[in-house]
Design a protein around this ligand. Structure first.
Ligand SMILES: CSCCC(=O)C(=O)COP(=O)(O)O
Ligand SMILES: [Mg+2]
Length: 226
């Protein structure tokens, strides 16, 4: 019996277009201003993390300006790199707080999440977006503040989404048997990794997503929890 629903964000609760056509352009537009703020501790930490990642991956030592160039290029390439995701969360914060951006949700998502919670299920999020960015999206969503619904938020600090060890780490953090956790995502490789860790899986087939070997659902209303 399912006791916990763990959901992906982009392509599952939220359209890919919101991320690619609203969030990423806002980040890229604001990035030149943040180059001027590279001494802020939270920005400096992500520059240093970018420098460490480039050194590890390419054996190259880069300065802070070059780190910003990498972050810009990674955003344009939709690379799910930890320092980029952390900086995006920092940059997006102002736009959520001043109402310029509201987190997109597919129409049935908020009500389904509330119904599941009322039925006694626990809810969690696992996304490549940073935990801070996840809380902004659900805290300032089109359906209001949904953050009280969630017991846990996981990002790639727990591991990458296509690796089964990440789901084992999540299962241990949640403290329920793996078969009582249902993971929802639009990406079959993520579902395969979750299944390998013993989780149940559901493939969200939002417009533009192709079916796979995993049980598919056009939207959250189709997911029956007994
Ligand atoms: C919650 S932050 C906005 C989405 C984002 O940047 C991202 O990388 C989402 O990836 P997901 O793992 O939710 O498909
Ligand atoms: Mg996704």
């Amino acid at each position: 019996m399912i006791k916990y629903i763990l959901s992906d964000i982009e392509g599952t609760t939220t359209s890919i277009s919101f991320v690619v056509d609203t969030l990423f352009p806002y980040f890229l537009e604001q990035l030149p201003l943040w180059r001027q703020k590279m001494d802020l501790p939270e920005v400096k930490a992500q520059i240093e993390a970018t420098q460490a990642l480039v050194l590890a991956e390419e054996g190259k030592t880069i300065d802070a300006e070059q780190a910003f160039d990498y972050l810009e290029a990674w955003c344009k390439a939709d690379r799910k790199a930890g320092p980029l995701k952390a900086l995006q969360g920092i940059v997006w914060k102002a736009a959520y707080l001043n109402g310029q951006i509201k987190g997109h949700l597919y129409p049935e998502v908020a009500d389904c999440l509330k119904n599941w919670k009322e039925k006694g299920l626990e809810l969690g999020i696992y996304s490549s977006g940073s935990v801070a960015a996840q809380k902004l999206l659900f805290g300032y969503s089109e359906a209001g503040d949904l953050t009280p619904l969630f017991s846990h938020y996981f990002d790639t600090k727990v591991g990458h989404k296509r690796e089964s060890q990440s789901y084992q780490n999540i299962q241990q953090a949640i403290g329920l048997p793996a078969y009582e956790i249902l993971f929802l995502s639009d990406v079959p490789e993520e579902l395969a990794a979750a299944r390998a860790a013993g989780l149940q899986t559901g493939h969200l087939l939002r417009p533009g997503t192709a079916p796979s070997q995993f049980k598919g659902y056009a939207n959250f209303n189709q997911i029956q929890i007994d």
